[in-house]
Ligand binder design. Sequence first.
Ligand SMILES: C[C@@](CO)(OP(=O)(O)O)[C@H](O)COP(=O)(O)OP(=O)(O)OC[C@H]1O[C@@H](n2ccc(N)nc2=O)[C@H](O)[C@@H]1O
Ligand SMILES: Nc1ncnc2c1ncn2[C@@H]1O[C@H](COP(=O)(O)OP(=O)(O)O)[C@@H](O)[C@H]1O
Length: 289
Amino acid sequence: MYVLEKAPAKINLSLDVLYKRPDHYHEIEMVMTTVDLADRIELIAIDQNTIKIESENRFVPNDDRNLAYRAAKLIKDTYGIKQGVIIKIEKVIPVAAGLAGGSSDAAATLRGLNKLWSLGISIEELATLGAKIGSDVSFCVYNSTAVARGRGENITELPAPPSCWVVLAKPRIGVSTQSVYQHLKLDKVKHPDTEGMIAAVKAGDFDEMCKNIGNVLEDVTLPKYPEVRQIKKLMELSGADAVLMSGSGPTVFSLVKQESRACRIYNSLRGFCEEVYVVRMLGYHQTLE
Ligand SMILES: C[C@@](CO)(OP(=O)(O)O)[C@H](O)COP(=O)(O)OP(=O)(O)OC[C@H]1O[C@@H](n2ccc(N)nc2=O)[C@H](O)[C@@H]1O
Ligand SMILES: Nc1ncnc2c1ncn2[C@@H]1O[C@H](COP(=O)(O)OP(=O)(O)O)[C@@H](O)[C@H]1O
């Protein structure tokens, strides 16, 4: 018996930080969606009561540090499951990129094991479990478009945004999410209009969506890593409708209506950046059933 799950990357259309909380997390408000750049997760039932991770990507741990391993352990411990599983991860999403690849693998594992072991857990319950693994996992469980509040685990779903091309470019640097949050000067940031973004998504208004795009974490990552700023500039000059850094970075994405422009941005970035992708905006949950 096996189950296949698609684990798409997320992008933050808007990301606002409201205040620092006593538990050292930040209270945030973000509009998030998914793009068609996805890891493939295969879950294979085995008789032995163990969890085994198989991945060929050298940046992905294949032990209990893997977020997919943690997801399987959590579901086994919570529901007293004595069966085991092999989790094969075919990595497509760049690692430590601000695209929540690890969180999406964990979420796909939660959804997939719910099917493999016929547990009948609701999506809300899976999202609550996911929050124990990381702040972005709850959103990734829904795997659609949503406003995320709290530390990221409080999810209100939205309709899929108007579809468009998304060009993603990741420079060869790693960014620590924790450090970016730590260095944020909240008294200095320009807050994005979250309500404006929500209204644009609900109305399916691409131009308004582009106007309301914003991410306060750029204030930390852009000055520290000039290559991220350069990628933004290059995308803007190449005709993107909107350009933003995803999450804490370093990936930058463009939203583009016209395919020919998406190709132009891709080509101008390829000479500068190794990891560049042109994909469609997804924004809704896809299954094989
Ligand atoms: C910035 C965002 C935006 O979507 O994404 P990424 O850039 O990581 O993709 C998220 O908020 C990241 O979510 P995630 O990567 O799951 O974070 P976690 O593992 O829970 O936390 C990593 C660290 O980030 C900080 N953190 C995270 C979330 C939050 N609301 N406030 C915080 O201050 C904390 O210092 C925490 O120790
Ligand atoms: N399944 C996984 N895929 C990718 N990274 C993982 C996974 N499990 C654990 N990690 C670890 O999580 C860290 C953050 O990875 P990732 O989720 O790709 O980035 P981000 O939080 O920037 O979106 C990586 O440094 C990696 O070592």
